[in-house]
Design a protein around this ligand. Structure first.
Ligand SMILES: Nc1ncnc2c1ncn2[C@@H]1O[C@H](COP(=O)(O)OP(=O)(O)O)[C@@H](O)[C@H]1O
Ligand SMILES: [Mg+2]
Length: 375
């Protein structure tokens, strides 16, 4: 029996679990805490930054993979040096962990990027604003997620707190032009160690307050799906990625695509694939890290949409309100992550399949509203 270990007990690990059960793969999750989203598969609770614990966990599985990007690469290199398998490997993962290194590497590969530069003092930020302003984007290269670590800035004062603790943030900030995008897209691709690639339909994503709010698969036309595919495949091959990877893209008014960031794991933009694609991104991730043949990425309906359910306060439980929400449309699919609630936190999602994205979004949003209205 294949044994896969996932570091991190979040909703991605949780959603890998049913795929593992179906395939007869033993899934072990190394969670940070007792009440994690993936608690049903948690075999170890502890601190993944402690090498001893990490090593002990890795020895119980055939391959180690991730629910998040936060495991220090030095520890993963140590695991590899001991002959333990880690996918994606540290040499690839570093580019999903650090947005400044990612920019540097993708520039080397000649891929389309926004204007960018790193900076470690106010003067360099002011100089970048003078060229690319009045507004620019400043990011902490490491540790950000869901818009935390991303600011729209017109004056270096607005990141003075980051400059004050620049050493803790890795010594530099990433500056980017504020791309005048007309929409955001995401391209998912899977790659296994044998080098096989499986590329999904490019999707449209909508972020609100830096958090993914909805996804439409496939991205409504016109869209340069060939460019999206080539970009993702070149990154997967160029960075030797193993597993699922998501490339977040900006589309500009003339239809050009530029790369925002990478995730080397299943991604929010691929949750629709559980019901909407022949092979879900979670099953695909398992197949990829085990070097099995990759599954078909074909869409199972003309369109699939996904709407995220975000926490309202620290008490709400969405599952108590299923009754009304499920009456909106019997074909809607509901996912709840069993996480402790917090305002704005991703708590679950709703997926709808059908012919017309606008209709599907309407249904999914009314079901979400039926839940929110009862909280
Ligand atoms: N250079 C940019 N120009 C315009 N908007 C941006 C830029 N970079 C990020 N954003 C906006 O901020 C969101 C979050 O940024 P991202 O780097 O993806 O951070 P996170 O790691 O939190 O997802 C993006 O989805 C996009 O809406
Ligand atoms: Mg992002």
């Amino acid at each position: 029996m294949h044994r896969v270990g996932v570091i991190g007990g979040g909703q991605l690990a949780r959603m890998i679990h049913p795929a593992a059960i179906a395939l007869g793969i033993e899934l072990k999750v190394f969670a940070e805490q007792e009440h994690s989203s993936a608690h049903q598969a948690a075999t170890k609770i502890g601190d993944y930054t402690d090498y001893r614990q990490l090593q002990e966990f890795a020895k119980t599985v055939d391959v180690v993979t991730f629910d998040h990007e936060h495991v220090p690469v030095a520890l993963l290199e140590q695991l590899e040096a001991e002959g333990l398998k880690v996918y994606p490997g540290p040499k690839s993962l570093i580019f999903a962990q650090n947005k400044a290194l990612m920019r540097r590497r993708l520039a080397e590969l000649g891929l389309p990027l926004p204007a960018w530069q790193t900076a470690s003092d106010a003067a360099a930020i002011e100089a970048f604003i003078a060229i690319h302003g009045p507004e620019i984007i400043v990011k902490t290269p490491v540790g950000g997620y869901d818009g935390k670590g991303v600011r729209v800035v017109s004056d270096s004062q607005q990141v003075s707190d980051w400059l004050d603790q620049i050493e803790k943030l890795g010594g530099e900030l990433l500056l980017e032009e504020k791309v005048p995008f007309v929409r955001e897209l995401a391209q998912l691709v899977a790659r296994n160690p044998s080098g096989d690639l499986a590329t999904y339909e490019v999707v449209q994503t909508v972020q609100k307050n830096g958090v993914c709010a909805e996804v439409i698969a496939p991205a409504p036309k016109p869209v340069d799906s060939i460019a999206a595919r080539i970009i993702a495949e070149e990154i997967a091959v160029g960075l030797n990625v193993v597993g699922m990877m998501a490339v977040e893209l900006f589309e500009t008014a003339d239809g050009h695509l530029v790369i925002n960031e990478l995730a080397m794991r299943p991604h929010n933009s691929g949750h629709y694939s559980i019901e909407g694609a022949a092979t879900s991104q979670f099953e695909q991730h398992l197949r990829a890290v085990l070097d099995l043949p990759l599954g078909s990425t074909e869409l199972l309906a003309p369109a699939a949409v996904m709407v995220n359910l975000l926490g309202v306060d620290d008490r709400n439980t969405f599952t108590e309100h299923y009754n009304k929400a499920m009456r909106v449309d019997a074909a809607l699919k509901f996912h709840s992550y069993e996480k402790s609630a917090r305002g704005g936190r991703k708590m679950g999602h709703i997926t709808a399949l059908g012919d017309h994205p606008a209709e599907l979004l309407k249904k999914a949003h009314s079901a979400a509203a039926a839940i929110y209205n009862q909280i």
